[in-house]
Ligand binder design. Structure first.
Ligand SMILES: Cc1ncc(COP(=O)(O)O)c(C=O)c1O
Ligand SMILES: Nc1c(O)cccc1C(=O)C[C@H](N)C(=O)O
Length: 423
């Protein structure tokens, strides 16, 4: 037996052991998957088995038969806050602080402008600077730039590591990503939020790449505002609505730059003047996108009833406990992937951009190599689905709800064969 074959047999055996011991393994059958290794759940989560049936019921019965009555009778009108409360335990928030709707981009805009307006209330125009993560997914930067222009502030891009030194009594708000979309680096949300507060500024976090993959602790760490999408680790489907978290004590001061009628305290009174609703409702804009929203609601079932369910409080507790289990598996998967890559791929052929320290790692592994675009095409053709991020990054996302250790070993092995074949 060659050295590589022996190594491969050993890693495959280890994968079997890890899969056998995995307490989340029963959840994989709740998703529609095929023979491919799906490592792109950090871009679009897999389809939960329960969603098509639920959507058919929403379309044929709730819309087709009940029609307009469904806004009340089927709970459509209150869906944004109800589903917000289903997401809340996954990001460490008590109920009543998250509203689902719009895209992440739109929620970034609402959150940043609202944060600046709060800072202005306290310090007038003296707080004239917004800090933004210089390494951010671009949409956050574009939105922050527009928010800065609209509020008459200066936008200053800095890396998360530079934030503490960049903070001053001029800082109004700071917009950061919890996990970097390119490298998979997990930033220090507790430490950075504390530093931002120390400077008297407001912290806005983008949770797109962390929610559903690791505990966030929004309430525990005193985060002011947060946003995130639901189509990655929350498996809500393509274009499923995003969410906005506004900490409870800040809600009365949340002054939305997009005060649509559904955030009015009496939307059906059709008043000419705007009076914001109390609570999370204040973060709404227009009519909720019910089909996507109810698909998301069903997709979130996987987090509830994992080990029996119980009452609402018990279910929230259970979802909170499950995210801890998901985090443990996520780290085990990414550790194992890095180990397999180190074993199979010749030294120097790829360079990992993802930190090895658990405290600094999200739920993806990013590998740099010059021919990444071509390599990813070849990988996909062989049933290993990751993605390519310009100019030279191979990105592999690990969704612990449905990715196995056997998948992980196979992905690394196919990657090594592909890299060898590509010369
Ligand atoms: C960190 C981050 N923020 C924002 C977005 C974009 O969100 P949306 O397209 O929902 O506005 C993405 C991915 O699409 C992202 O990765
Ligand atoms: N939102 C996406 C889309 O509509 C099409 C393709 C990809 C996406 C993504 O989510 C990209 C993702 N945020 C990323 O981290 O690259």
């Amino acid at each position: 037996m060659s050295e590589l074959t022996a190594l491969s047999a050993e890693l495959a055996a280890r994968a079997s052991e890890l899969d056998a011991a995995d307490e989340l393994s029963c959840l994989r059958t709740r998703f529609v998957l095929d023979d491919a290794v799906y490592l792109d759940g950090n871009s679009l989560g897999a389809l939960p088995v329960s969603v098509p049936g639920r959507l058919a019921d929403v379309v044929y019965r709730e819309w087709g038969e009940l029609r307009i009555r469904s806004w009340d009778e089927s709970g459509w009108w209150t869906a944004p806050e109800r589903i917000g409360d289903r997401i809340a335990p996954l990001v460490g928030a008590a109920p009543g602080q998250i509203v689902v709707g719009d895209s992440t981009s739109v929620n970034v805009f609402k959150a940043v402008v609202a944060a600046v307006r709060m800072a202005e209330e306290e310090g007038g125009g003296r707080r004239d600077e917004i800090l933004v993560d210089a390494t951010t997914f671009p949409t956050d930067g574009y939105m922050a730039e527009s928010a800065a222009r609209m509020t008459g502030r200066t936008l200053r891009p800095v890396t998360p590591a530079e934030v503490p030194a960049a903070l001053s009594d001029r800082t109004a708000a700071v917009l950061l990503n919890h996990v970097d979309y390119r490298t998979g680096r997990l930033h220090d949300l507790p430490g950075l939020t504390a530093a931002i507060h120390e400077a008297g500024a407001y912290a806005v976090w983008d949770l797109c790449h962390s929610a559903g993959a690791l505990p966030v602790g929004l309430d525990e760490h005193g985060v002011d505002l947060a946003v995130g999408c639901t189509y990655k680790y929350l498996n809500g489907g393509p274009g499923s609505p995003a969410y906005l978290y506004v900490r409870r004590d800040l809600q009365p001061r949340f002054d939305s730059p997009l005060p649509g009628w559904t955030s009015h305290t009496a939307p059906f009174a059709m008043h000419p003047s705007y009076e914001p609703a109390p609570g999370a409702v204040r973060g709404r804009v227009g009519t909720p996108d019910i089909l996507s929203m109810l698909a998301l609601e069903t997709a979130l079932d996987v987090w509830y009833g994992w080990s029996g369910g119980g009452d609402a409080g018990g279910a929230a507790h259970e979802a909170g406990a499950m995210i801890e289990s998901v985090r443990a598996k996520s780290l085990a998967l990414t550790d194992f992937f890095l180990r397999c890559v180190a074993a199979y791929v010749p030294k120097g052929r790829v360079e990992s951009l993802t930190p090895t320290a658990h405290a600094e790692r999200g739920s993806q592994v990013a590998l740099r190599c010059d021919d990444a675009g071509d390599i990813m095409k070849r990988l996909i053709a062989q049933g290993v689905i990751g993605d390519f991020r310009h100019p030279d990054v191979l990105r592999f996302g690990f969704t612990p709800l449905y990715v196995t250790f056997a998948d992980t070993e196979r992905a690394a092995r196919v990657l090594a064969e592909t890299l060898e074949g590509a010369g």
